[in-house]
Ligand binder design. Structure first.
Ligand code: 16G
Length: 241
């Protein structure tokens, strides 16, 4: 557990130990952490070292303090790095979570004016409208509404959409997804979406809009997703130029 002979600093070992108990769900969101005194006795280390480890975990968002009450485990959020153009399935697998999808709506219809321009389509060309509930370890995480040109992605079926759209596009159709532009903003969930995402009416969500293009520049998809703000956070690595 804590190895005093290890070159790793003691506060760091305590931090890692507490993180592990959170990740293994031994300690759950909302649970109180044992007191500094108990931890220092258990680990046979000074209270100052314990305090340093706890402060670091508070700063990293794993724990939060409440005046006069103690230290508690925060609601853990899924973290998505904003640097790569990844699919939901890839994101979940990278975190050792089991991706899941429930198809809520699947329709083919002639494109309307506003979407026609953004997908560079001719008048009346056919598009798919797809609405999917995305899950991680069976827990609803996001609602996703996508529009894609039928002529680019022939043969799309509900079966494929319950798995991975991107792997169908790349592995089956051998198309190369190139780049996307994406915006993230705060929003309140609509009443209909709150039922599907299984959250209370009007809770905050992260609204993400993505326009994805093939490598040759052809518009591939328009996607509007609502991610649960209590479960998801986006990470971006930034460099000072
Ligand atoms: C992600 C993408 C979405 C894409 C989907 C494909 C965001 C905001 N959106 O959810 O644009 O259609 O992945 O996922 O990241 P799939 O291959 O698992 O079906």
């Amino acid at each position: 557990m804590i190895d005093k002979k290890s070159p790793l600093p003691l506060y760091y070992q305590v931090e890692e130990h507490i993180k592990q108990t959170i990740q293994s769900e031994e300690l759950q969101p909302g649970d109180a952490l044992p007191s500094e005194r108990e931890l220092s006795e258990n680990f046979q280390i000074s209270r100052m070292t314990v305090r340093q480890a706890i402060t670091n975990l508070v700063n990293q968002g794993f724990l939060f303090r409440e005046k006069g009450r103690g230290t508690f485990v925060s609601n853990q959020k899924f973290e998505q790095n904003l640097q790569g153009l990844t699919s939901f399935t890839e994101d979940m697998k990278a975190r050792q979570l089991v991706p899941g999808t429930k198809l809520l709506h699947f329709e083919i219809f002639p494109v309307e004016k506003d979407i026609q321009e953004r997908l560079s389509l001719g008048e009346g060309e056919l598009i798919y409208k797809i609405k999917r509930l995305r899950l991680a370890n069976e827990e609803p995480i996001a609602l996703e509404t996508s529009y894609l040109p039928v002529k680019l992605i022939p043969g799309l079926t509900p079966d494929i959409l319950e798995k991975s759209l991107y792997s169908y596009i790349e592995d089956e159709l051998q198309l190369k997804i190139g780049h996307a532009t994406q915006t993230v903003e705060a929003a309140l969930i609509s009443d209909e979406d709150s039922k599907q995402l299984q959250v209370k009416k009007g809770v905050p969500v992260l609204l993400i809009q993505r326009e994805t293009f093939l490598e040759n520049g052809t518009p591939l998809e328009l996607v509007r997703s609502s991610y649960r703000a209590d479960k998801y956070k986006f990470k971006i690595d930034i460099e000072r130029k």
